[in-house]
Design a protein around this ligand. Structure first.
Ligand code: OOG
Ligand code: NI
Length: 462
């Protein structure tokens, strides 16, 4: 087979994310309004910070600043999850990390399908946060059985789509006409259907048990529930949303604002009420599930860095639950996170964050090579011969994800389940293990270090 006729996975992923964006803007006009706001604020930031502009331009980031960075779906069964995995694989998206949301009272567990290699991430990092319903966390046994029966009746994939995915896997790719057909059919899986598959009483029963249960079980498929563009100033967008009549969630999730951003900050507007039709009823009902989100990413943390982040976040939240506190959550977060170093060199030296390495200046580098000292990266970094370039965090945060879920469920839904992580069960349902995100960042850092070391050795011999 002549593989040169195949369209690259990265290209198929880019086309898919564009198609999803177009569909979602049509389905949820308020999402279009959010996109315009983000575009305006990004433009203002670039004007204010010419060095950032130059940086983004150099890294070919400027032209794709406006493309969506992620979306989210929720599926009902193991078979659906396996099919979804097969479809995303065609686009070079693989399951990374396991997220247990049961702690937050949400009866799902999740992974994110995303590109993993650096080149693919650079071309288009689009990822889909994918949650699987955990019926075993629904108390009412008969409701559980009814949900399983309804789910077993539906088929979320248009005819031919899984076959096309299987063929892509067997042959090693898709030709242009196949890729076209594939993107159209794959996008169709996530379309919104205003016709519920059940009558109003059934919907109400599921809704009363958990709103998420109704959202997952009562419709034809796993409609995309939000898309998320990248913003260069999340605080500005958060502030501007209400002024534009966009009902913003109260808080930005994740770490506080810092000089050196870490991990992921995100916020959203609340899910809209949408008209739906029930089986056998002429009067319309309503359902809320779909919203818009924005994100701003920072450097990926090592296991030590992540442990520090988790413990500081916990502290900020615990302080909040003490009645005496007069500080706002944002103030507490700022205060507690003063303990997290905000200096690149310190983050590197203390092994808290992941970086790539490059010579700061060609002349200084030449002199260093000529000096004949042995290779010692920490020393070269310390002396400023080698510059640090942060490795971007490409994943999600379970506490933040829970906050995003909950802002769309209403307070009444904050049922707390005991933590019941079930990673092995999830992986069985998925049909493969999920990749470890920290291993991926570690590998990227190690590759960068080794490449620079090889260059150092080669040039010093020459
Ligand atoms: C997913 C919520 C999590 C994020 O960005 O953390 C998420 C959902 O509501 O289905 O998308
Ligand atoms: Ni999201």
């Amino acid at each position: 087979m002549d593989t040169s006729v195949f369209i690259s996975k990265d290209e198929i992923r880019s086309r898919f994310s564009r198609a999803m964006s177009a569909m979602y803007q049509q389905e949820v006009p308020q999402y279009g309004a959010l996109l315009s706001l983000v575009r305006e604020i990004n433009a203002a930031v670039l004007e204010r910070e010419p060095t950032l502009e130059r940086d983004l331009r150099q890294h070919s980031e400027l032209t794709r600043l406006e493309v969506e960075r992620h979306g989210a779906i929720r599926v009902g069964t193991a078979a659906e999850l396996k099919g979804i995995a097969q479809i995303f694989a065609v686009m070079g998206m693989y399951p990374v990390a396991y997220y247990d949301l049961s702690v937050a009272g949400v009866p799902v567990h999740s992974t994110a399908f995303r590109p993993v290699d650096e080149h693919a991430l650079q071309i288009n990092p689009f990822r889909v946060f994918t949650s699987l319903l955990r019926l075993e966390l629904i108390e009412d046994v008969s409701l559980r059985q009814q949900a399983a029966a309804i789910l077993s009746q539906r088929s979320i994939f248009p005819p031919g789509l899984l076959e096309l995915a299987a063929q892509a896997q067997a042959a090693g790719g898709l030709t242009e006409p196949q890729a076209k057909e594939f993107v159209t059919a794959a996008t169709e899986v996530f379309r919104w259907h205003r016709q519920a598959t059940v009558d109003q009483d059934t919907y109400r029963k599921f809704h009363a048990a958990h709103r998420l249960l109704a959202d997952i079980v009562c419709f034809k498929g796993p409609h995309i529930n939000h898309l998320t563009p990248r913003t260069l100033d999340i605080d500005a967008v958060q502030e501007a949303m209400p002024q534009r009549g966009i009902p913003a969630k109260e808080l930005i999730e994740g770490p506080p604002r810092r000089r050196n951003p870490i991990l992921l900050r995100q916020t959203s507007f609340k899910a809209l009420e949408e008209e739906i039709e029930f089986v056998g009823q002429t009067r319309a009902g309503s359902h809320t599930a779909r919203f818009g989100e924005i994100e701003q990413r920072g450097v990926a943390l090592t296991r030590a860095g992540r442990a520090l982040y988790d413990s500081l976040l916990m502290q900020a939240r615990e302080l909040g639950s003490q009645a005496r506190s007069t500080q706002t959550y944002t103030e507490r977060l700022q205060h507690v996170f003063a303990q997290f170093p905000d200096d690149e060199h310190e983050l590197y030296e203390r092994g808290l964050a992941f970086f790539r390495f490059e010579p700061r200046d060609p002349v200084v580098w030449q002199q260093e090579v000529a000096a004949g000292r042995p290779w010692d990266l920490p020393d070269l970094v310390k002396r400023g011969v080698v510059a640090l370039s942060p490795i971007t965090y490409e994943d999600f945060l379970p506490v933040s994800a829970a906050g995003i879920f909950q802002s769309n469920l209403g307070d009444a839904e904050q049922k707390n389940y005991v933590s019941q992580a079930a990673r092995a069960e999830f992986e069985r349902n998925l049909g493969s293990p999920v990749l470890d995100e920290i291993d991926l960042y570690q590998a990227a850092q190690t590759r960068s270090e080794q490449a620079l070391q090889q260059r150092f050795l080669a040039e010093s011999k020459a």
